[in-house]
Design a protein. Structure first.
Length: 290
């Protein structure tokens, strides 16, 4: 009777030992699983925090990318403002756009790095993915705006070039008109004069002796048939004095007497033009010296 009891006790002990071993193994596995879960949770939280910080940094970068026409002086304000967009202004605008492009590229690199890190960490959160998608959309919008600015710079530069061409053409036209006006003014204001003795003037055909009886009492008069290469030009708007190398002179040509006066200065005489407009009605001035 005692032996069967011992056998039962041994069997029960063996069963208890087996159950204990099974329970121990299960407990060890449960503990390991719990530790792994906790580690995964900590890693997930860390990855999420890193991703969130990266998103915040990218958003700050996007906020710093301000694209306003005024920042790169692209607003048209008439010809004067357009002309200011010459090479220095154009370079400044293009440098501003280049800085915007560089900032956008850095932001794109950050988003690409964020996506890789999120993918590698296995973090799959709809909200996080949505934020990344929004960041990409914002970057695309910035790129489109910068592209429009580039086009605007090109358009304004074309307009400036056209305006400069128009201005140059207008300036040439004005210069041509000014030259024509000056030529007409000079032509109107210029007379031709000659100073010489009776012998010199008659020999050159500028003056002739007329009138008198039997060769006596003839007076010297302009011939009216002038060789203008013998005369000197005088712009009466610029110069109003003609000098004759003699204290005794006579004006043979019919300039109005009120338009000039003769002033003796030592051994020479100066003809002072008092009224240039009246004086130059007669284009040839002939002065004879004694």
């Amino acid at each position: 009777m005692q032996r069967p009891v011992q056998v039962v006790v041994v069997i029960v002990a063996v069963l208890l030992a087996g159950a204990t071993a099974v329970l121990y193994q299960r407990n060890e596995k449960t503990t390991a699983d719990l530790n792994e879960t906790r580690a995964a949770e900590v890693a997930a939280r860390s990855n999420y925090t890193e991703a969130f910080n990266a998103i915040a940094e990218i958003q700050d970068s996007l906020s710093a990318i301000t694209i306003r026409n005024g920042d790169i002086r692209l607003r048209s304000q008439g010809l004067q403002a357009e002309q200011k967009l010459s090479e220095p202004g154009r370079r400044e605008a293009l440098e501003s756009i280049a800085l915007l492009n560089a900032s956008i590229q850095r932001t794109k690199d950050k988003i690409s790095s964020l996506e890789k890190n999120v993918k590698a960490s296995g973090v799959k959160i709809a909200g996080l993915q949505h934020m990344v998608a929004n960041l990409k959309q914002s970057v695309s919008e910035r790129e489109a705006e910068v592209g429009r600015l580039n086009e605007q710079v090109g358009t304004l530069q074309t307009q400036v070039t056209g305006l400069q061409t128009t201005v140059e053409q207008d300036q040439q036209t004005i210069a041509s008109k000014d030259q024509t006006i000056e030529e007409k003014r000079k032509e109107s204001a210029t007379i031709l004069y000659i100073v010489g003795t009776k012998k010199e003037l008659t020999a050159s055909g500028v003056a002739v002796a007329k009138g008198g009886v039997l060769g006596l009492g003839k007076t010297l008069q302009p011939s009216g048939n002038f060789n203008e290469s013998l005369f000197t030009s005088l712009d009466t708007d610029q110069q109003t004095i003609v000098t004759a190398p003699s204290a005794k002179v006579k004006v043979l040509s019919p300039q109005p007497l009120s338009s000039y006066t003769l002033v003796v200065q030592g051994n020479q005489t100066e003809l002072h033009i008092l009224d240039p407009k009246e004086f130059r009605k007669v284009k040839h001035l002939v002065i004879v010296t004694a």
